[in-house]
Design a protein around this ligand. Structure first.
Ligand code: GSH
Length: 201
């Protein structure tokens, strides 16, 4: 299989972490894609131009980190990262939506600060800064939830990749005043799969 990524994409990082956690390194070739440029050859592989993008062994391509991760996690018939069903199902989905919501906002912010200075919108940056502050406060409260403390799962991976964007965004200062979230992040960030996929500055 082939996984198209960019080194800085937090969504691609989620998929790369799943590959490492599932021991699939030898089955999935990681390929750097050229995104956000006119006429990139990558658009002939994935017309949406987004990463991550997985080409399965049968040649079928999958888009969307959640779909790719579910596929990879289930390849061996023993999914270990997917969210629980039963009584905990809605709690798990609630938390996953919150983690993804934070990540989506941070991605908008990150994209904005990569634009040329004279094209950046102070209003967009302020809006996303405020959203990130509120979401970090929320996670300081939610981080004691049993699903965030138990075995590694997709909510934890998604939140860790959101918080890890501090490496790429000097304005994203979520640690001060949030000791529980900081302690949680230190622990998950020490996992080899996270260490191997830290985004570049
Ligand atoms: N919802 C998608 C989001 C993927 C996404 O937005 N990827 C960004 C990189 S972080 C991308 O490929 N951007 C290139 C572009 O917009 O052309 C997922 O979860 O995979």
């Amino acid at each position: 299989m082939k996984l198209y990524i960019t080194a800085g994409s937090p969504y691609a990082r989620i998929a790369r972490i799943v590959i490492l956690e599932k021991g699939l390194e030898n089955r999935v070739e990681i390929i750097a894609a050229q995104t956000r440029v006119a006429d990139s050859p990558y658009y002939r592989i994935n017309p949406s131009g987004r990463v991550p993008y997985l080409i399965r062994d049968d040649g079928i391509g999958l888009e969307e980190s959640a779909v790719i991760c579910a596929y990879l996690d289930r390849l061996d018939g023993a999914p270990k990262l997917e969210l629980p069903g039963g009584d905990q199902a809605w709690e798990a989905r609630r938390l996953e939506a919150l983690a993804r919501s934070m990540l989506d906002g941070l991605s908008v912010w990150g994209r904005e600060i990569l634009r040329p200075a004279n094209e950046q919108s102070p209003a967009v940056i302020q809006h996303e800064t405020d959203r990130a502050e509120r979401m970090a406060d929320l996670w300081e409260r939610e981080i004691g939830h049993p699903l965030m403390r138990g075995a590694l799962n997709m909510v934890q991976i998604t939140l860790a990749c959101a918080l890890g964007l501090e490496a790429r965004n000097p304005g994203f200062l979520w640690r001060p005043g949030r000791p529980r979230l900081s302690e949680w992040f230190e622990r998950i960030a020490a996992r080899p799969s996270l260490k191997a996929t830290v985004p570049p500055r």
